[in-house]
Write a protein that binds this ligand. Sequence first.
Ligand code: CP
Length: 326
Amino acid sequence: MTGNGNARKVVGLSPTRNQSFFGRDIVSVRQFSRDDLIYITQIADEMRALVHRVGATDLLKGHILANLFYEPSTRTSSSFIAAMQRLGGSVIPIHGVQYSSVSKGESLPDTIRTLECYADVIVLRHPEVGASEVAARYATKPIISAGDGVGEHPTQALLDLYTIYSELGALDGLHVAMVGDLKNGRTVHSLARLLRSYDIRMTFVAPEILRLPDALRQEVADAGRPVAETERVEDVIADADVIYVTRVQKERFEDLREYEAVKTYYEITPELMARAKSKMALMHPLPRVGEIHYDVDDDPRAAYFRQVENGLYIRMALLAAVLGKA
Ligand code: CP
């Protein structure tokens, strides 16, 4: 049991590994220091080189990942599977919980306690904020959050950070603009928190009903980071080093008329990109549903599919780290 969801778990390996990751849960970006971020991105660099050189390794041979998704996913679920397989391990995929005993009413704690009888690490996506921390309290094996409702998506934030550094060669000194559904977008919540560790200026671009939650904006400001808000992407397009665009999250709206009113609020077009810096990164956690025009995809600044690829290397790094093999 972990108590706070971040204590060391039983993974049957030497305790002389990186203390921040070995046997730990990954449930919030709040748990990472700047040194942790350097550590995990350096391993991701090694994973990238390994995949390019030989494709796969047997580093995690004999280890099993339970991939438990209560919400739809393409990138997070597939990249964790690919990561485990490229490291020589195996996966128990549970991606349609309607076909599992969850549909019979089995609770999250019982599901977790069952899966950890078979697996060494559990990846969990769940619609409720805090579900990963609940799972971590019951599990003796590491829990890695793959997103909990409108709460956090810590592994996405790590790959976003890695992408910004890969694209621009720096983090300190940047102006990062986050655009779209900042109220419901868990990727934005995690990334804004993570970027507090750097000398980064943030501008939050959203219509009134999709503004970043006040408490999170205050967290960023309390860390001494300059924050600004606007409804217009035109206000930031020429100055931002990173434009991080997000989808309006239809599934989080109780009143679909509100969704209809804002669903096409932003669209990044080639005309808009013509006003952006020549060296900048246009990012999106994906899926997109109209926020970035397909004609932008060939722009060298469009980083969103490189961002997807980086997710593989970051998740390989995380699996190796929590299992003490990094
Ligand atoms: N970025 C992301 O979380 O994508 P999926 O929902 O496809 O996993």
